[in-house]
Design a protein around this ligand. Structure first.
Ligand SMILES: [Zn+2]
Length: 444
């Protein structure tokens, strides 16, 4: 049990509330009220609770709902800085896929731990991820106790290869079995389609049937590059990737669509009408030279928007704060419109929108009865003073160093530079061992 004492926070409307006491019991936000001299003595008496919460001094601190990174490939931390200066197609086919073919579940375990350390240090409490060798990823997440929606996506099996005969299928079954024996829903199984250009229609239909039968959200890459978007039209009688997937029936499931740089107005209508979510990944789009998404237009069409870092090999970090700041600056500059993307709107994208998109009830906002998934910022640093508007400081002035504490389901996982559930020195050692091993295997 924790008592955040005399702390500022952003309420469910992202309004700055000052000097509050927030009581956290088990995995929930139990009570929020203006700070008083007592420590909920009357409340404990009424409820007959044990009366010894750990008090966290909220002076010069602010608590926000923890962040959702809605598109990542977390074990790609192992490929951070490997394969630079290439377009998406060259990068994938000449560097990334050959390296990934060598990865084992033990490798993805260590790569995931490294990614999770970055997530926690930047206030991330949950993420949506697409990657392979799922057992290693699940083991890491299970140990660290962060939240995640995971899938291993179908990726170019060749025509005629059945989804049920692939590693992606085996990983999906592993995830479903894990959920049966771990009903907390910290880890949720999603289904995944890497992209239109890395799959065949018959496999997409098999995957869809699997997703429908198991009631799974579908993650996919969509219209990331002009090349992909136009090539799809040539391959499928003028259909955009959105139209192609819509015609196959994919949008009958909830869809989390990454990138969307080249989606057209007709695509946005389909996305909005089918309650799908677009995930903006500005750093990756710029780094791979893919282009600039029109997030303002997405919002004009009423599409729900989230933000993601993509993998560390195309970003090259997993800091959702930097990503959000970048999203704001680039869109304003690009559209010559300083009114575009207000701080509260951006915070919504990385909190409640993420929670809803992942199908997590009572998450993503600080209010009584919600899960205690929180990030506490230290405001007592030069870059965070003075505070005219808290949301503005978080979006434009804050960085990872201002994150004091990250809590998931009422458990402190990161505090003041220390991890509670992972050994960061061992993780760094193992990741470098894997790097050297893979370079040797690749003859580099
Ligand atoms: Zn991606």
């Amino acid at each position: 049990m924790f008592l955040l004492k005399n702390i500022d926070y952003l309420d469910h409307n992202f309004v700055h509330q000052k000097n509050m006491d927030i009581l956290i019991k088990d995995n929930m936000i139990e009570k929020i009220r203006p700070s008083t001299n007592d420590n909920f003595d009357d409340f404990f008496f009424e409820c007959n609770f044990e009366h010894n919460p750990e008090i966290i001094d909220g002076k010069n601190k602010a608590v926000l709902p923890g962040f959702y990174n809605m598109h990542s490939h977390v074990p790609m931390t192992l490929l951070r800085g490997y394969g630079e200066g290439l377009s998406l197609q060259d990068w994938l086919f000449t560097k990334i896929f050959p390296f990934e073919n060598l990865l084992t579940a033990e490798d993805t375990y260590w790569g995931t731990l490294l990614g999770l350390s970055e997530f926690l240090a930047s206030g991330t409490v949950s993420f949506s991820d697409m990657y392979m060798r799922i057992p290693g990823i699940v083991k890491a997440i299970d140990e660290v106790e962060i939240k995640a929606n995971l899938c291993n996506a179908i990726t170019d099996f060749g025509p005629g290869v059945k989804f049920a005969k692939t590693e992606a299928y085996r990983d999906e079954i592993f995830l479903l079995d894990y959920m049966k024996s771990n009903p907390s829903r910290k880890i949720i199984a999603d289904a995944g389609i890497h992209a239109e250009y890395t799959s065949y229609p018959e496999q997409v239909l098999q995957l869809l049937e699997f997703a429908v039968n198991n009631n799974l959200i579908i993650q996919l890459h969509l219209s990331e590059t002009a090349f992909e978007h136009e090539e799809c039209k040539q391959r499928h009688y003028g259909k955009t990737p959105t139209e192609y997937f819509f015609d196959l029936g994919v949008f009958q499931q909830k869809c989390i669509l990454a990138h969307g740089v080249y989606v057209e107005e007709k695509d946005l209508k389909i996305i909005q009408q089918n309650d799908a979510v677009l995930v903006h990944n500005p750093a990756s789009n710029m780094k791979l030279g893919s282009g600039f998404a029109s997030v303002g237009k997405w919002l004009d069409f009423g599409v729900t928007v989230c933000i993601g870092t993509d993998g560390a090999a195309s970003n090259n970090d997993l800091d959702i704060l930097q990503e959000t700041r970048l999203a704001a600056l680039v869109q304003k500059g690009l559209k010559k419109d300083p009114k575009l993307l207000k701080p509260e709107q951006l915070l919504q994208m990385i909190t409640i929108n993420g929670a809803n998109a992942q199908g997590r009830k009572n998450c993503g906002l600080i209010k009584e009865g919600n899960a205690a998934d929180l990030v506490i910022f230290d405001l007592d640093t030069p870059n965070m003073q003075p505070v005219y508007d808290l949301a503005t400081n978080i979006i434009y002035s804050a960085n990872m160093k201002n994150v004091y504490l990250t809590m998931v389901d009422g458990q402190i996982l990161y505090r003041n530079g220390e991890y509670k559930t992972l050994d960061i020195e061992k993780v760094k050692f193992e990741v470098n061992r894997i790097k050297n091993e893979k370079l040797t295997q690749l003859g580099l």
